[in-house]
Design a protein around this ligand. Structure first.
Ligand code: HEC
Length: 240
């Protein structure tokens, strides 16, 4: 019995020493023996690989590595090569692609578009306490620091002299139509930047309701939330 334990001891000592030898290499930059190198270095192209990093041999080699066979898949491989030969690994979305939650906005960023939006663009959301409360919350995140809690153009940024005062919703902008409030969030105006990439169209319409309440245009909703439910996102169409 003792002898068996001695044997096991010797074998494990040898195993430890051997693995120690394999683990070290003389090259300080070498990561050593890697278990499943594919997991560390993806055989597919890395996003945003520099232009020119890929040459034809590399592309074909990688395709072969992915199981393509030059004898049987030559046409397909050539097509992929043609697509990648410029070194592009990322492409613009196909023309006409619409990002989820961001519907096309058919008003040009000029005075004509602005005037048109003021006439035509109407809030597609049903008005309710919930929608108004959500609009208020969004306003406090995205607008309040410039426009001020009551929209009087006296937000923290203005008070701290970091930003010129925007006009007041209760004075100069009292009669600004909803479509133009939306338009300004979409494109920005003067010193105010566009908020189109940060706030979805649905969220912007919620903010519009809140801005209108600051303008003093909206009576407090009397209908209970159960009877006036916000329209689902897919019914958000720009009304002509
Ligand atoms: C960084 C400061 C800043 C932020 C943030 C900001 N605004 Fe403004 N906003 C301004 C300034 C400055 C103006 C005046 C622009 C002008 O008339 O040149 C303005 C103008 C406006 C107008 C009037 C546009 C018109 O047609 O005359 C509206 C409406 C408006 N903002 C709404 C918003 C809403 C809603 C938000 C939040 C989503 C917001 N703003 C966020 C600074 C800001």
């Amino acid at each position: 019995m003792n002898r068996i334990f001695k044997y096991i001891g010797k074998i494990s000592l040898v195993a430890v020493l051997a693995s120690g030898m394999f683990a070290c290499t003389s090259d300080p930059n070498s990561p050593g023996v890697e278990y499943m190198p594919d997991m560390y270095r993806s055989p597919s192209y890395e996003t945003y690989t520099k232009k020119g990093d890929l040459d034809s041999a590399a592309i074909y080699e990688r395709l072969e590595g992915k199981g393509y066979n030059i004898e049987t898949d030559a046409v397909e491989m050539a097509a992929i090569y043609n697509l990648l030969k410029g070194g592009n690994t990322s492409f613009l979305p196909a023309k006409g692609t619409v990002a989820e939650g961001f519907l096309p906005f058919p008003y040009a960023n000029d005075t004509t578009g602005y005037a048109k939006a003021g006439r035509e663009l109407k809030n597609p959301l049903h008005f309710s306490d919930t929608v108004l409360a959500q609009g208020k919350e969004l306003f406090e995140i995205f607008c309040d620091h410039c426009h001020g809690a009551k929209g009087e153009g006296d937000g923290k940024m203005v008070q701290n002299d970091k930003f010129p005062a925007p006009p007041s919703y209760t004075a100069a902008l009292k009669d600004l139509p909803e479509g133009q409030i939306f338009f300004t969030m979409h494109y920005g105006k003067g010193m105010m930047g566009s908020h189109a990439s940060q706030i979805s169209q649905k969220e912007r319409w919620k903010i519009v309701y809140y801005v209108q309440s600051l303008q003093g245009k909206l009576a407090k909703p009397t209908a209970s939330d159960s009877s006036s439910v916000a329209a689902p996102a897919d019914s958000l169409q720009v009304k002509k």
